[in-house]
Structure formats: structure tokens, C-alpha cells
Design a protein around this ligand. Structure first.
Ligand SMILES: Cc1cc2nc3c(=O)[nH]c(=O)nc-3n(C[C@H](O)[C@H](O)[C@H](O)COP(=O)(O)OP(=O)(O)OC[C@H]3O[C@@H](n4cnc5c(N)ncnc54)[C@H](O)[C@@H]3O)c2cc1C
Length: 356
């Protein structure tokens, strides 16, 4: 048992934990990824819209520079893991309530160094003929990507396993065990899985683990709604974001709409919002009559008040690493690489800790 024990245990196979595990595994680390779900991407990652972009950020903000770095990291990942991007689409079209606002918006991002073009109504209609009331001007962000985050997590885990990493699904971590101020293992059911280093990438589930250690991280959650509509023919080929709608179409035809969400105690609210948005979609787009709402799911996004992610070893317990933040899908490849580099450095220093 001792010689087989995993030295690095990653808790949470969302997009962030999957990216970390992939990066650790390809560097030859002894890594175990565990998740309470039965597949990677079954947490909030499976409810994400999947828009990889910088354009939704605010130029000048610290997060804007971070998103840019993260998007560049996606390009690098696409080169080494092309199959994971087989269904990705590129390009987003955005417009504001007035042409002046759209122009200002595009100019702001261009000035910040982003590749953004302004398109006339005619060009927009050529690109997306099903938009009913095309605006006079639209901003085109050609480098944005749309992908299925749950599938990407699955693909990252498959690549991690191929590189020698291991996984344990259907396993809930109840507590982090420590000895002499250091991580010693993870309590999973009635068992303890030994670990030299634990990476907490359990998204909103991190809070329970840190509470057990009396550590305050400041992590909170913010709900958002992912609506899926069944559709059997191609309607749009880019991500569209106007004042009333944020929508994209998956390769299987499903139309995906993301919406911020405030609960009011009515459990039918997500479905009601989904039906209301279907009317908006029909108003904005020339849709076939048989488009129907398939699901309306709330996802709790793990966030910090400053809008920045957290990545690093915690000072309270030695060898306990925290990796979480929003927007996690955009940030995952970057967080995965940086986390793995930091951990490999510490692992190198502690190489004598666990005999192999
Ligand atoms: C509607 C919507 C749209 C969004 N759109 C985008 C977008 O376009 N772009 C973007 O970047 N982000 C988007 N997000 C945010 C994005 O979904 C999250 O930032 C990201 O998925 C967080 O990933 P994660 O790996 O940290 O968390 P998760 O995906 O939740 O992964 C955590 C994993 O940990 C597991 N876990 C939890 N507790 C335990 C435990 N105790 N033991 C074992 N396993 C545990 C869970 O099962 C889960 O699989 C959106 C979110 C929503 C809701």
C-alpha cells in the first residue's frame, strides 16, 4: 500500500482540477484526481456557457490582463490537445443598445490591444442571416472560442490518465487530515487516502473542506442559469451577445443561453425564465417552431469579491493548495499550468518526504 500511495491528491474534477491534473500528469507527477461525481465536469463546469474571451472583461482591470494570458494559454493547449477542440467554434458578435455604444465598446477593447472589428448591418446579416432585427453596427471578436467545458474536462482527464495520472470518481472528500501542521491525507468515506500535497479544486465544495480546518478563504458563490433548447438544424454559427440575449449553438444543434439568476424561493423560476427567454429568442432570431426548452439549470459560480481567482499554497497548513476562481473555464488552462509548476517545485524540494 505504502509504495502505491498517491503523493498529490487533487480534489475536484471540474475544469480547474482537470487542467491541474493534466499538467501534473504530463510532468510525471504521482497524481490522483478524485471527485464525488461519476465523471469529470459534473459540477458547475457542466453548466457553463463555454465562452473563452477577453471582451467581456473591463480594460484596465487586473482581471483583463489575466484573461488575456488565459486565452493565450488556450491556444497553446489547442496545439498539444487538438482532439479536445474538435467541436469548438470561434468568433463572437456583440452589440449594445445603440451603434454609438457599440462603437465605443469596440474602440475601448481595440485600444487595450484586442482584435475587434466593427461590422455593418449588412455584413452581420451575411454572417448570421437568422438575426431578425440586426443592429446597425456589431463588434466582432474573431479569436473568441465557444466550447463544451464539461467535455473539455473529460478530455483533460483522459489525457492525464494516458500520461500516468489516476482517478477516483464517486468519492466524496469529507476532511483534510493533517499531522504536525502538514497535510497527511484526505478522509474519503471511512478511509483515509494518504497525501503529501492536497490541491483543493472542488469549486464551491472548497468551503466545506476549509471550514473543517478553521480556514477562511473568502470564497462565496454567485448563481447563474444555463438554459438548453433543443433544435434540429443550424441557426447561428457564432456566439451572439446583444442587450437581451447571450446565445450560442452547440454542434449537436442545442441552443445554449446563459443568464444571471436571483432566486426568489420559487423552484419553478428557472423554467419560467427559460420559457420567457424562448419568446425573446423567437423575437430576435428566425427560429423553427419546434425549438423547445430542454433544461434550465442553476450553477453556483465560485467567486471572490475582488473578482480574481486564488491559486497558491495556504499559509495555515503546509502543502495545502487552493485553486479556485471565476471565470473558471477561461482561466483553467492557465491555472492548471501555473499550479502544476508551483507544486512540482515544492515536490522537488520535498522529494525525500515519501520514499518510492
Ligand atoms: C450559466 C453559467 C455560465 C457560465 N459561463 C462561463 C463561461 O462562459 N466562461 C467561463 O470561464 N466560466 C463560465 N461560468 C463559470 C464556470 O462554470 C466556473 O467558473 C467553473 O466551471 C468553475 O470550475 P471549478 O472546476 O472550479 O468548479 P466545478 O466545476 O464545480 O468543479 C468542482 C468539482 O469538485 C467536486 N467536489 C466538490 N466537493 C467535493 C468533495 N468534497 N469531494 C469530492 N469532490 C468534490 C464537484 O463534484 C465538482 O466536479 C459559467 C457558470 C454558469 C453557471
Amino acid at each position: 500500500m505504502a509504495q502505491h500511495r498517491p503523493r498529490i491528491v487533487v480534489v475536484g474534477a471540474g475544469i480547474i482540477g482537470s487542467a491541474i491534473t493534466y499538467n501534473l500528469a504530463i510532468q510525471g507527477a504521482d497524481v490522483l484526481l478524485l471527485d464525488k461525481g461519476h465523471t469529470a465536469g459534473s459540477g458547475v463546469t457542466g453548466r457553463a456557457f463555454g465562452w473563452i474571451n477577453v471582451i467581456n472583461g473591463t480594460p484596465g482591470d487586473q482581471s483583463y490582463a489575466l484573461w488575456r494570458e488565459a486565452v493565450a494559454e488556450y491556444r497553446a493547449l489547442q496545439v498539444v490537445l487538438p482532439t479536445a477542440f474538435a467541436c469548438a467554434r470561434s468568433g463572437a458578435l456583440l452589440w449594445k443598445s445603440t451603434a454609438e455604444e457599440t462603437e465605443t465598446f469596440a474602440e475601448l477593447h481595440r485600444h487595450a490591444g484586442e482584435r475587434v472589428e466593427l461590422l455593418s448591418r449588412k455584413t452581420l446579416q451575411e454572417l448570421e442571416p437568422r438575426i431578425r432585427r440586426a443592429p446597425d453596427l456589431a463588434a466582432f471578436s474573431p479569436d473568441d472560442l465557444a466550447l463544451d467545458p464539461g467535455q473539455l474536462a473529460i478530455d483533460l482527464v483522459a489525457a492525464a490518465v494516458a500520461a500516468g495520472g489516476s482517478t477516483l470518481f464517486g468519492a466524496t472528500a469529507y476532511a483534510i487530515e493533517t499531522a504536525n501542521g502538514k497535510v497527511s491525507g484526505l478522509k474519503v468515506g471511512h478511509e483515509t487516502i494518504p497525501a503529501d500535497i492536497v490541491v483543493m479544486s472542488a469549486g464551491p465544495g472548497i468551503q466545506e473542506l476549509t471550514d473543517g480546518l478553521g480556514i477562511q478563504t473568502g470564497l462565496t458563490t454567485s448563481p447563474a442559469l444555463l438554459l438548453r433548447y433543443g433544435c434540429n438544424r443550424p441557426i447561428i454559427s457564432h456566439i451572439l451577445r446583444g442587450p437581451r440575449l447571450e446565445i450560442r449553438q452547440a454542434t449537436d444543434g442545442t441552443l445554449l443561453v446563459a443568464k444571471s439568476y436571483v432566486a426568489n424561493g420559487d423552484e419553478n423560476l428557472p423554467k419560467l425564465i427559460g420559457e420567457t427567454l424562448l419568446a425573446v429568442m423567437k423575437d430576435e432570431l428566425d427560429l423553427p417552431a419546434q425549438v423547445t426548452l430542454k433544461s434550465a439549470e442553476i450553477g453556483e459560480r465560485p467567486v471572490f469579491v475582488d473578482g480574481l481567482p486564488r491559486m497558491g499554497f495556504l499559509s495555515e497548513v503546509e502543502n495545502l493548495y487552493l485553486a479556485v476562481g471565476h471565470p473558471g473555464v477561461i482561466l483553467a488552462p492557465l491555472m492548471g499550468r501555473v499550479t502544476a509548476e508551483e507544486i512540482m517545485e515544492v515536490r522537488g524540494k520535498n522529494a525525500t518526504l515519501t520514499p518510492h
